[in-house]
Design a protein around this ligand. Sequence first.
Ligand code: ATP
Ligand code: MG
Length: 429
Amino acid sequence: MSKSLQAIRGMNDILPEQTPLWRYFEGTVARLLDNYGYKQIRMPIVEFTELFKRSIGEVTDIVEKEMYTFEDRNGDSLTLRPEGTAACVRAVLEHGITGGGQVQKLWYVGPMFRHERPQKGRYRQFHQVGVEVFNLDGPDIDAELILLTWRLWGELGIRDAVKLELNSLGTSEARARYRAALVDYLSSRLSELDEDSQRRLKTNPLRVLDTKNADTQAVLVDAPKLVDYLDEESRVHFEGLKARLDAAGIPYVINPKLVRGLDYYSKTVFEWVTDKLGAQGTVCAGGRYDGLVEQMGGKPTPGVGFAMGIERLILMLETLDQIPEEIARQVDVYLCAFGEAAELAALALSERVRDQLPNLRLQINAGAGSFKSQFKKADKSGALFALILGEDELAQQVVGVKPLRGQGEQQTIAWDALSEHLATCVVQD
Ligand code: ATP
Ligand code: MG
């Protein structure tokens, strides 16, 4: 027998019972971003490998070991996007939409691909909502990004379970001075570092700060602090951001070890973290990348953005039981018809109702069936009401409207009055 086909490890189907929650999440985010004046952009899922090497950085975890890279039929090296910022920068440059200092406030949503060890909250295909802002260099826009995520957590009912961590990485010059001091210090205690950190010390020393190894963490306690090496401009920027967050009443903690896994950040970096998801605790992360556009061949263009992991946020909604009741119900009314003639009338009637109530979720019974079996299906659909159209109703041009969730008695309503009746008794989103 042939081996049964399966999805690729770490790549998940999102099944029909889960999609309402995804759509609720994505809809909430989209509405919020619309309201703050952000515009959606859609990029391809595959790009030239070179794009990610140049932007994310050759010695980052992502580029070193997490990318899905393959040769196209014509020999080009292509990569399934591991994140969205690089492609977004490529797109705005290619289309010249950030030229002349034009401000762009953009967002995107979609799958990302990283060859990591799959576990709860960590997958090989996962989904992000990303936001990128170009040509605004002040802390006000950093603050706006944080504010809108804070609002999102509020709307989703998970605000109490997330914490904002902030740091400033300074300009690349400041970071270079700090990197030298850190390398000096860590080199003097090399033997106490874990193997991975010893390797990183040579390739990407700032990432040592990010270690999960307890021994290395102990060594880091006395390490030089990035904040002591900040240049004046970055320091003022960071103070400006903190002042705005204070004014808006958004709590945060400064985490001097927050460096982020991508090379292109400068000045502000932030993460929203939770202790509800075990090891995969970061639900949203971002920062400023003022040098990236220039590094990718554009004019100097300040940029700042973030990405949130949809799977982790969905897990949080489930863990915290913050799934709105309305989204579970996908049918408002279920129309049962008995007999050929009633079925024909039911189709015409339901189309008329749909014309009049375009938002009504009306499911019409398919596959005929006895009274009992159709009622069972109506009930299982989650509908608030069953509409009943049998021989008697057909003769009188009426339908029975039977409440399925204990809201009063069955009523008989004339076809002509059905839409009006449903409009009053079915709560619509
Ligand atoms: P982590 O430290 O958890 O590996 P990261 O720093 O690699 O995260 P980013 O590249 O900043 O993550 O991506 C932003 C967000 O995307 C993360 O905060 C997380 O919520 C989500 N994310 C990243 N990688 C994965 C993954 N493999 N599976 C699910 N979500 C992910
Ligand atoms: Mg990662």
